[in-house]
Design a protein around this ligand. Structure first.
Ligand code: MTE
Ligand code: MO
Length: 372
């Protein structure tokens, strides 16, 4: 069993698959704290968790001709200026289960918990690339990442981001070795992972073994044959993966974590809680909540840390306390968020349905009964 060496996990995680291990943070714990505790951070593994020895670990930085290649130990990485950022990581498949209800899709049945937030500490990728002699070139180039996890044929997890993004100091791309002040847990990439603020989880490569600058995007399956969006009209017979760009920055997202669908609440007052986040450093400026299926709206209160303009890498938690309208036997609670580019979420799932069930960002809806 290649998974026999996987780490122990927190029993509160909602397990989606054991081998490879995939689990989400339960909704009620997701919004309990702005920073997700490490043991409760959602986990998305495609392969067994590798066993890596921090003493012999080396990160290989491979450049095109004219650049130096580096082999960095953990101590070497610690010599770079230490940089900390609070970043929300979201899987492209978060809320896929809602797409499945419209029509079958291929992928793990995530509900609302394939998203979490941590303070990540490490060396900035731009500083490490600068040491190897990288400068922004005129030609289009990509920084490819290879993980040290691999399948029985030796195929490793890989992904890439544009070189311009990697070299932009304001983008704060990290080679992270700490998560919330602790060494990275094994499930989250020990000893080093990439953190790409504002970008889909799939590019945050864990158990990082190699960084290379290439003229083309990563040839990895997960860069080229997965994590892309398509029209609802495209099916598995007609899909052309080369026709769509790889997902990088994610769109505006929000979800209700409390109350939960199917719950019974008491008459009087209701407290609605949830999260909202947008990719690309776009700040959440507002969350609207409806108790009547979207006929009327109230503005929720935003909690959590204030976001820096264009560098809003982390989510806002939000809540709304409101009277339950007299005589109501049930509520159809809905939320939708707005970011600082005034991007909004679509109202329904069907028009954004796609065969892989990614980018599921329709208004989140929860139905509850009210006891008189
Ligand atoms: N990196 C490696 N090496 N192997 C993986 O399977 N999964 C990716 C990404 N990095 C993955 C990886 C995906 S799809 C996501 S959503 C994030 O890791 C999840 O990060 P987490 O498990 O720390 O939450
Ligand atoms: Mo993912």
């Amino acid at each position: 069993d290649p998974y026999a060496g996987d780490p122990l996990r927190h029993p509160a995680l909602k397990v989606n698959s054991q081998r490879p291990f995939n689990a989400e943070t339960p909704p009620e714990l997701l919004t309990e704290s702005y920073i997700t505790p490490n043991p409760l951070f959602f986990t998305r593994n495609h392969l067994p968790v590798p066993h890596l020895d921090p003493d012999t670990y080396r990160l290989h930085i491979v450049g095109p001709p004219g650049c130096e290649s580096l082999s960095l130990s953990l101590d070497d990485l610690y010599q770079f200026p230490k940089h900390e950022v609070t970043v929300t990581v979201q899987c492209a498949g978060n809320r896929r289960a809602e797409m499945t209800k419209v029509k079958k899709v291929k992928g793990l049945e995530w509900t609302t918990g394939a998203i979490s937030t941590a303070r990540w500490t490490g060396a900035r990728l731009c500083d490490v690339l600068a040491q190897a002699g990288h400068r922004l070139s005129e030609s289009e180039a990509h920084v490819c990442f290879v993980g040290l996890d691999s399948d029985p044929t030796g195929t490793a997890y890989g992904a890439s981001i544009p070189l311009a993004h990697a070299l932009d100091p304001e983008a704060e791309v990290l080679l992270a070795y700490e998560m919330n002040g602790q060494p990275l847990p094994r499930d989250h990439g020990f000893p080093v992972r990439v953190v790409v603020p504002g970008v889909v989880g799939a590019r945050h490569v864990k158990w990082l073994g190699k960084v290379s600058v290439e003229p083309e995007e990563s040839y990895s399956h997960w860069q080229r044959r997965d994590y892309k969006g398509f029209s609802p009209s495209v099916d598995w017979d007609t899909v052309d993966f080369d026709s769509a760009p790889s997902i990088q920055e994610l769109p505006i997202q929000s979800a209700i974590t409390e109350p939960q669908d199917g719950e019974t609440i008491e008459a009087g007052e209701v407290t609605v809680k949830g999260y909202a986040w947008s990719g690309g450093g776009r700040a959440v400026i507002r969350v609207d909540v409806s108790l009547d299926g979207g006929l009327t709206w109230q503005v929720a209160e935003l909690d959590g840390e204030k976001q820096r303009p264009r560098k809003a890498w982390a989510w806002r938690l939000w809540q709304l306390q409101a009277p339950v309208p007299a005589g109501q036997k049930e509520l159809n609670i809905v939320c939708k968020a707005v970011d600082d580019s005034y991007n909004v979420q679509p109202d329904t799932v069907a028009p954004i349905w796609n065969l892989r069930g990614v980018l599921s960002t329709a208004w989140h809806r929860v139905h509850v009964r009210v006891t008189p």
